[in-house]
Design a protein around this ligand. Structure first.
Ligand SMILES: [Zn+2]
Length: 472
């Protein structure tokens, strides 16, 4: 006997009746606004080629590290879930078998955002009305598979059905942006832009850093063996991204928020060291820090909004990293300092009104102690939404509760889904909208905000602030 799958209209609203009534009234006015997705990791080839998504497992399990990290934690082998191996080893190729493992273990996701995102997509996109379990695994697999064959389930059709106004992907400066060019040339009205993520060419610890910088030189015709030529090449590539990919932002995934502002001769000498490929850990950190300041300088020139996503200990599990490579669910948050780390950058550029630097964190203890006071003072700083491990109802509530009193709403930039899982985009934005409405509903119920103001803030958080911060 399977259980029904329902989405309650009041889900995620406060349980207290006055706050819930206010939240409902606010939500009604923003529920239908278009999705602005200013930062994410979907594959632009989907929208360039508009090929059908292959099967339910390849859509929901294989690319989603939130899903397989949980399954792995309960003893399920990653190779059994069809995740491609970096070491060339065998992985499960029977998609139905992979799907059954999710179905049999679906209870593991109770109370997690993954469970909400998956069930939202099952219900809203595929019309599924039974809760996934071992007994209906095959039936639901077939139902999703049949949908995926239809033209109205192709990437572009889904983009339109999700009411996405604009969506950003993320590419390395070495990318030629062929998919973005193809999308633009196709005449399709969907707007898929790129974001400039220079980690492969500014982080001396990145795989093949020296080779990547040489490649950057080849692409741009600049002498990237010199500090001057290297900086020119990075700036040139930003221009290329703006012109060919509609780029409006950069993204920096450094291990820490450390920044530096070295005199030119010292920066030159440091570059000469790291480009030989034998940087010490301290050299690498200093170089990454210097590059954040260089990137801020370039942003002031070309207008790209800068995002800093620090604080992930990437590939923490060497066994999984060796077998499967990067982004496989073994990244762990670290304690992160902002006050001292950002000072060199802020000393130089913090007072610039024309610069927007959006800060993210995986360290929630920094919200009210460091981030809200910094963003509540420096004109150049804004706070990105609760991110990754905190992209969840409780995480979003904690974010609003801990930053609003010091930074207000207007030093934040709305929501971004930051996802590889395309089908989860409407679910994630809906969660953010509901939580924001719940927070605003509580302020109204406590007579801290008038209803007309709450309605305006809801519009701003959902739509206007995102477009403004990311210049979309
Ligand atoms: Zn991201």
């Amino acid at each position: 006997m399977t259980a029904p799958l329902t989405l309650h209209p009041d889900r995620l609203f406060p349980a207290e009746p006055a706050a819930r009534d206010a939240a409902r009234a606010i939500y009604k006015t923003i529920a239908g606004l278009p999705i602005v997705s200013p930062h994410g990791h979907t594959n632009p080839a989907w929208f360039a080629d508009d090929e059908p998504f292959p099967d339910p497992a390849s859509l929901f399990i294989v690319p989603d590290h939130y899903v397989f990290r949980m399954l792995y934690s309960q003893g399920i082998a990653i190779e059994g879930l069809g995740v491609p191996r970096a070491d060339g080893g065998a992985t499960e190729s029977d998609k139905r078998k992979i799907w059954r493992q999710l179905a049999e273990n679906f209870h593991l996701f109770r109370g997690t955002p993954s469970r909400m995102w998956l069930t939202h997509a099952f219900h809203e996109v595929f019309g599924i009305r039974e809760r996934l379990d071992a007994s209906n695994a095959d039936k639901i697999y077939d139902q999703i598979s049949e949908c995926l064959q239809r033209p109205d389930f192709r990437p572009r059709a889904l983009y339109e059905r999700f009411n996405i106004e604009v969506m950003s992907t993320t590419e390395s400066p070495l990318d030629d942006l062929r998919h973005h060019k193809k999308i633009k040339a196709s005449g399709w009205k969907g707007r898929v832009v790129t974001a400039y993520r220079p980690d492969p060419v500014v982080d001396p610890n990145f795989t093949n850093f020296v080779g990547n910088v040489a490649e950057l030189g080849k692409i741009t015709g600049k002498d990237t063996k010199t500090w001057k030529g290297y900086l020119e090449a990075l700036f040139d590539r930003r221009r290329y991204f703006i012109e060919n990919g509609g780029c409006t932002s950069t993204d920096h995934g450094h291990p820490t928020a450390f920044t530096a502002d070295l005199p030119k001769a010292e920066a030159e000498a440091l570059f000469a060291k790291v480009i030989k490929g034998n940087a010490s850990a301290a050299d690498a950190e200093l170089f990454r820090g210097q590059m954040l300041t260089e990137m801020a300088r370039m942003s002031l020139e070309d207008g790209l909004t800068m995002q800093i996503h620090p604080g992930a200990y990437r590939d923490y599990n060497p066994t999984v990293f060796k077998m499967f490579g990067k982004d496989k669910g073994c990244d762990i948050p670290m304690q992160t300092d902002y006050v001292h780390a950002l000072k060199p950058l802020l000393d130089r550029f913090g007072n610039e009104r024309k610069l927007t630097i959006i800060l993210f964190t995986l360290d929630e203890t920094s919200y009210s102690r460091e981030l809200a006071p910094l963003a509540g003072h420096f004109p150049a700083l804004k706070l990105g939404p609760s991110w990754w491990f905190h992209d969840s109802p409780e995480g979003m509530r904690r974010f609003r509760e801990q930053v609003t009193e010091t930074a207000g709403f207007y030093n934040t930039v709305g929501f971004n889904d930051d996802t590889r899982a395309f089908l989860s985009i409407p679910a994630r934005h809906d969660v953010a909208r509901r939580i924001d409405c719940g927070f605003l509903g509580r302020l109204v119920a406590e007579h801290r905000l008038d209803m007309d103001e709450a309605l305006e803030v809801a519009q701003d958080l959902t739509y206007r602030l995102v477009k403004a911060a990311y210049k979309l």
